[in-house]
Design a protein around this ligand. Structure first.
Ligand code: NAD
Length: 366
């Protein structure tokens, strides 16, 4: 029987609430499918600051290093809002984790079940069968990490800030490899999003995409779109995309747009895969919900645990190679949220049945 070794970093506010339920679902699947879980919990974010003096404590990082994957909750909230920006839980925990493990590939499914189309701000006639697309975002390059990154006072007294957008061909090629694998597992369709009419990095991006696909994946139906048009097309007809791949900042913005058209933050999961392999020879990854710590509903037992549960499913798929178990969890979540009277509330991130009862419904559907 295989044993899955992963780190559990639940984080703050609703983080631990939804994590408890996700672990309960994973334990259930493990028992049914004949594997066992060997996870350890550690503080991160605000909990790291409170208990260890920093958002990413050394002991937490050490635990992640000896694990095969990280199941992450979410971090931050009003309690730590007054800290200087560089010490804020999100910036001081998530960005260093991404950097440390070179988590360069963010895979974010944009999924809205046909039964829940009412939850989307888009008109139902635009998405009669719901939404089923995937955003692949480059996560460790571009504007967020490029140097120089600084604010200076100029000789004339004016103040100037600089961010730098940098991409190497090799960084573009490695995110393309993830995009191609994802596209091949679906409809063999890939749209590359850039701003090649204005940005040098995008010119390199587009040329690299064209060359890479011609050489390595001629079976892929490739298209290109400028990012401003992509933002518009997502709101007009999201399912035209199937899989789209883009650089860090464009992906940040488009994936949030994708989250809103899919109706509920409480339903969307993500995987951030690293350059390194885990002890099983599979990608090391960090798996987390798309939403944040939802301080407004923390402690009330109403947070939707689905995004965290689905993040667990992605972890089984990518870092442990357990495709069947992952697909079973995804089917159970779908069955649970689309049955009975609770669906409308779930869709708006307010499950009337509560966090625990929602997980019970998922377990019952397994
Ligand atoms: P949020 O995603 O926490 O909440 C936005 C809205 O969505 C809220 O009304 C919330 O109640 C609801 N919501 C989110 N997840 C839900 C769930 N699982 N079930 C039901 N409703 C849910 O965004 P915010 O309010 O802007 O941020 C709150 C805190 O979370 C901030 O400190 C922010 O920095 C942090 N944050 C962390 C991450 C992360 O850890 N990756 C991501 C985003 C925001």
């Amino acid at each position: 029987m295989s044993t899955l070794k992963f780190a559990v970093l639940a984080g703050d506010y609703i983080g631990p609430e939804v994590m408890t339920e996700a672990l309960r679902v994973l334990e259930h699947v493990a028992k049914q499918d004949g594997f066992s879980l060997e996870y350890q919990k550690a503080d991160v974010g605000g909990a790291g600051i409170d208990n260890h003096g920093k958002a990413l404590p050394d002991s937490t990082l050490a635990l992640c290093e000896k694990s095969d994957a990280i199941l992450f909750g979410s971090v931050g909230g009003p309690k730590w809002e007054k800290l200087p920006p560089a010490e804020q839980p999100e910036r001081a925990a998530l960005l260093p984790l991404r950097k440390h493990f070179t988590l360069f590939a963010n895979i974010r499914p944009g999924l809205l079940y046909p039964e829940l189309t009412d939850a989307s701000p888009l008109k139902t006639e635009r998405i009669p069968n719901g939404i089923d697309i995937v955003c692949i975002r480059e996560l460790t390059g571009g504007l967020y990490f490029g140097k120089p990154k600084q604010t200076t006072t100029l000789p004339d007294g004016d103040v100037q800030a600089i961010d730098t957008m940098v991409y190497r061909k090799s960084e573009i090629e490695r995110i393309l490899a993830t995009a191609v694998t994802t596209a091949r597992a679906r409809k063999n369709k890939l749209c590359s999003v850039d701003k090649a009419n204005v940005l040098e990095t995008s010119v390199l991006w587009r040329k690299t995409v064209v060359d890479y696909i011609a050489k390595n994946a001629p079976d892929i139906e490739l298209s290109h779109m400028y990012v401003d048009n992509a933002a518009m097309q997502l709101a007009r007809d999201p399912n035209q995309f199937d899989v789209f791949v883009t650089e860090n900042m464009f992906g940040d913005i488009l994936s949030d747009e994708m989250a809103v058209i899919c109706g509920s933050l409480g339903m969307l999961s993500s995987a951030s895969l690293g350059a390194g392999k885990n002890s099983l020879g599979l990608p090391f990854g960090l798996y987390e919900p798309a939403g944040g710590t939802a301080p407004d509903i923390a402690g009330k037992g109403v947070a939707n645990p689905c995004a965290q549960v689905l993040s667990g499913a992605l972890m089984l798929r990518y870092s442990f190679g357990l495709e069947k178990s992952a697909a079973r969890i995804e089917a159970a979540v779908r069955k649970a949220v689309t049955s009975g009277t609770r669906t409308g509330d779930i869709a708006f991130g307010r499950p009337s049945v509560g966090t625990k009862a929602m997980a019970d419904a998922i377990i019952a559907a397994l």
